[in-house]
Design a protein around this ligand. Structure first.
Ligand code: HEM
Length: 546
């Protein structure tokens, strides 16, 4: 108090015309300003480091002058999308640590890129309802899947929808449905066997993405909606599978990237009749014009006391539009992601015959037919193959969310700001976009040895320290985490394990030499280098086993 009076007296000498009250107010204002600035400097997104040097892969061109490493029009985003998913983020993590920002295209607000375990856990598990999908992602979900569970935002609406659907996807329900799932799967295996028999060659070349798509579509149709899609040959199934091609235009093409960036900056464009955007709805439209009609027609006649998803939806107090949106959401998200995971596994197993043999031996040595529970715990190598595939190829490689409330994101690994501050947390304001680069996090060189190599054995050895790994299912983020974690996780794991077990015991898969490059569209898509005209494709040689 005495010191403050002394300070005021000294200031009074300097400013003799100013009253002590005004001086005290000015002083207080000054302190508040300095304090707030210090707070901001120590923790705001503007204090985070920016990638500065990409000499190896940004060409020097006239647009590269605004910030070293960031292009005038595209910021850092063109670099992100012109490489395979996660590649740029991994380089920047090596350079800057787990938390940094990048310049967004068209002068939009900088994007926070977060790979820090505590920060991600805070967002996904504690504050997810304050971090809805961004204004690029949410309209895209509406177009691809419909306005169902994956699209809805806000705690009360999301919990309401989840309460309706979650009981149909419990372990008990899937256990009850397991023989139906196997029946649908064996129809597809039988078709592949017939193709092999009809060919005069010892092996055929098969697109595993197509075969896996047939299997997973049949399974989700049967389990969720009691549909018989005839091994993928019914008219409804054929339309859904055929509708995939147009929506697969990846963001790695200049047109795809430009559309994505324009949508981020000018979100009203989401509602314009742009052909590329309309094409994203093609699978949903194929469902609405095909199997949806059959589901609705049958639903009038069937009793609605079953435990399946359709019965739960019919019993719930929802509008017809909501019913259709949930049906398309579950058919699409329930089959595409699992099909991709299966196809990537078979691709890797065809290139690693030792792993394929090990898996086949484990399955053949198992006494009897594995039940739902056996598949969870009693086949460790099978489990390791799934985890390794999800680590390398998470179907959804990035998560993009926007903050709606002021928040402080805690960090496990502090950031050294370019101005020399140590930041233990990041203050974010409404409107801030946050990207969680799942694929980069799961391939961090600081965590995993040979991170790009398919080596299922790593899951049977000592894992890296848990502090370095995400807190999602099996220390991965492939199914996300927290209240919005994948609701189909049990069905996905059961389908995957049943399908790959059957495939490996019926066939041998051999490498065709095709090199796959990963591209992002709705999910992470495999494209054969030099055969891009095929669209997403996973070719392998298939040989029948005795
Ligand atoms: C290997 C297969 C699968 C993977 C890798 C996967 C991955 C994911 C991820 C990462 C999310 C969070 C998305 C986000 O927050 O933006 C998610 C959500 C979701 N998944 Fe899956 N999924 C798989 C299989 C399935 C299956 C089989 C179903 C349906 C039967 C399904 C239905 C859903 C739904 C409805 C959501 C939205 C959940 C919510 O927001 O509450 N998924 N999935």
């Amino acid at each position: 108090m005495v010191q403050a009076q002394g300070l005021l007296a000294s200031l009074g000498c300097l400013f003799p015309q100013t009253s002590p009250t005004t001086l005290a107010l000015l002083l207080l204002g000054g302190f508040i300003w300095i304090f707030r600035r210090a707070q901001k400097r120590g923790s705001g997104i503007g204090e985070l480091p920016l990638p500065v040097s990409h000499s190896t892969y940004i060409q020097c061109n006239i647009l590269t002058f605004a910030k070293p490493g960031a292009e005038f029009l595209w910021g850092h985003e063109r670099v992100v999308y012109s490489h395979e998913p996660g590649v740029s983020y991994r380089r920047w993590i090596r350079q800057l640590g787990l938390t940094f920002r990048i310049k967004a295209a068209f002068g939009a607000r900088d994007v926070l890129v977060l790979s820090d375990r505590d920060g991600i856990h805070h967002i996904l598990s504690k504050r997810i309802y304050d971090y809805p999908h961004s204004n690029v992602v949410r309209p895209r979900i509406a177009r691809f899947l419909g306005k169902g569970l994956g699209w809805v935002e806000g705690a009360s609406e999301h919990r309401r929808m989840k309460r309706i659907v979650a009981p149909s996807l419990t372990a008990e329900n899937i256990r009850d449905m397991s023989s139906d799932i196997k029946d649908t799967l064996f129809k597809v295996i039988h078709d592949l066997e017939s193709e092999l028999k009809n060919s005069n060659e010892p092996h055929i070349t098969a697109n595993m993405l197509e075969w896996a798509g047939k299997m997973t579509l049949n399974a989700v149709g049967r389990v969720a909606f009691l549909l018989d899609l005839e091994g993928g040959k019914s008219e409804g199934a054929t339309k859904i599978l055929a509708a995939k091609a147009p929506h697969s235009r990846p963001a790695t093409t200049f047109g795809g990237f430009l559309t994505l960036m324009l949508l981020r900056r000018f979100s009203f464009m989401n509602y314009l009749p742009i052909p590329a955007l309309k094409a994203q709805a093609s699978v949903r439209e194929a469902i609405n014009n095909g199997v949806m009609k059959e589901i609705v027609r049958r639903s009038h006649a069937m009793p609605i006391d079953g435990k399946d998803l359709l019965s739960r939806l019919l019993k719930a107090d929802i509008t017809p539009d909501e019913l259709y949106a949930q049906i398309s959401t579950f058919i699409i998200s329930g089959h595409e992601t699992t099909a991709l995971t299966l196809a990537y596994s078979i691709y890797e197993l065809s290139r690693h015959q030792d792993c394929q043999d090990k898996l086949r031996s484990e399955l053949r040595d198992f006494y009897g037919e594995p039940t739902y529970d056996d598949l969870q715990t009693r086949l460790p190598y099978l489990d390791a193959v799934l985890k390794e595939t999800l680590r390398l190829y998470p179907a959804l490689p990035y998560m993009e969310r926007t903050v709606v409330e002021n928040d402080v994101i805690p960090l496990r690994q502090p950031v050294n700001s370019p101005e020399g501050h140590i930041m233990n947390s990041v203050h974010v304001k409404p409107g801030q976009t946050v990207i969680i680069p799942i694929i980069a996090i799961q391939r961090l060189d600081s965590v995993w040895k040979d991170p790009d190599t398919f080596r299922p054995e790593r899951w049977l050895e000592q894992l890296p320290p848990s502090d370095d790994l995400p807190s999602g299912w099996s220390n991965l983020l492939a199914f996300s985490d927290g209240p919005r974690t994948c609701i189909g996780i049990r069905l996905a794991i059961y389908n995957y394990k049943t399908m790959i077990s059957a495939m490996i015991q019926h066939f041998r898969f051999l490498d065709t030499g095709a090199q796959i490059s990963l591209k992002i569209s709705s999910a992470i898509q495999p494209w054969v280098i030099g055969k891009e005209d095929l669209g997403p494709h996973v070719p392998v040689y298939v040989e029948a086993l005795e």
